[in-house]
Design a protein around this ligand. Structure first.
Ligand code: PHE
Length: 357
């Protein structure tokens, strides 16, 4: 009888090692250790055997059962591990694949696109980008920029003051900057000449119509060095106008007034939509209104009075000169992309924004 037990055991052990998957192993277990299998049956009937055989048979059968149970358990663990490996391999997801259907990731806002385009032009000309705070003091926004106390831009109707009721002539009173020009003085306080910077950023004025929004964006330009002339300003702006509006552009400087530049100019670019104010279709050009020129920015030579505020920082008006300009980013975007109303840029209607970039 013990021979038969050894035979079953050997057979079962062989089947266990060769079982290639969990299901086959389970079949092997049922076949050799299940309720109807020979070995367990034998164990149940040990008591009926002749007394001489009982002990040896019982022992052998019991050992065989334990050995097979252990072998099955071990093989089961092995198979589970390999099967998990295989499943992970099979179900692997390549997270780098593009989604299908594709996901719409959007684009930069037209104002941001335009700002970056302008920055690239001036960086190419050797300017550095500086940024300043949107909340400024009366000192930097007006006083140090040579605004007389009676200048109308200082009025509550033209400037957002942070705390209502504060003294608008106190240099420390806070306001939302009405232009990026306060950074002219701040940059000069921080760094001696030569200085070549542009300052992009948000600006604020209490206006609201088709060409004005209470919040808008400017890029300030400031160049201070020795032997800087109005011709340098004109050349710089010509390069900018051609880079943005096309190689055939010209610029024109008209006399104007700003408190912090002397002389001051308004700068026009030759219209890119017509010839001498007449469109290709023979109509009066709607873009320049038949003028052939479009106003694009304000500029001028830095007023020596402004340098007086930063004289001790290395800006002696007898030794250095500078030019400055201020560009409205929205205005450039509107001209370039034929946007009829400035407020469209702030409505955030996706059907409008999707048209750009
Ligand atoms: N700060 C002026 C404005 O906002 C523009 C300007 C900048 C003019 C620099 C001259 C020099 O209108």
């Amino acid at each position: 009888m013990t021979d038969r037990i050894q035979q079953i055991r050997a057979e079962a052990e062989q089947a266990i090692t060769t079982a290639a998957d969990t299901q086959t192993l389970e079949n092997v277990r049922i076949h050799y250790l299940g309720r109807k299998a020979e070995l367990p049956n034998l164990l149940r009937t040990v008591a009926e055997l002749p007394a001489g055989e009982r002990a040896a048979t019982g022992k052998a059968a019991n050992e065989a059962r334990k050995a097979l149970e252990a072998a099955i358990e071990q093989r089961a663990l092995q198979l589970a591990a390999t099967e998990l490996e295989q499943r992970l391999e099979r179900d692997r997801v390549d997270v780098t694949l593009p989604p299908d259907p594709g996901v719409h990731i959007g684009r930069l806002h037209l104002i941001t696109q335009t700002r970056r385009e302008l920055e690239d032009v001036f960086i190419g000309l050797g300017f550095n980008v500086a940024e300043g705070p949107e909340v400024e003091t009366v000192y930097y926004n007006f006083d140090a920029l040579n605004h007389v106390p009676t200048h109308p831009a200082r009025l509550m109707t033209d400037t957002f003051y942070v705390e209502p009721g504060e003294d608008i002539f106190d240099p420390t009173t806070l306001l939302l900057r009405t232009h990026t020009s306060p950074m002219q003085v701040k940059a000069m306080e921080r760094q001696p000449p030569p200085l070549y910077i542009i300052v992009p950023g948000r600006t604020y004025r209490p206006d609201n119509d088709a060409t004005h929004t209470p919040q808008f964006h400017q890029i300030e330009g400031l160049a201070v060095d020795t032997d800087i002339t109005l011709a340098d300003l004109q050349g710089t702006l010509l390069a900018f106008a051609r880079a943005i509006f096309g190689e055939a552009r010209e610029v024109r400087l008209r006399p104007h007034f700003f408190p912090f530049t002397e002389p001051s100019v308004e700068v026009d670019v030759s219209c890119f939509n017509c010839t001498n104010g007449i469109t290709a279709g023979g109509q009066r050009c709607p873009l320049c209104r038949g003028e052939a020129w479009i106003e694009i920015l304000g500029a001028g030579m830095v007023d020596p009075n402004v340098f007086e505020y930063v004289r001790e920082h290395g800006y002696d008006p007898e030794k250095i000169q500078g030019f400055a300009f201020g560009i409205g980013i929205e205005r450039i975007a509107m001209l370039k992309h034929d946007v009829p109303d400035l407020r469209l840029l702030y409505d955030n209607d996706i059907r409008f924004l999707e048209q750009f970039g």
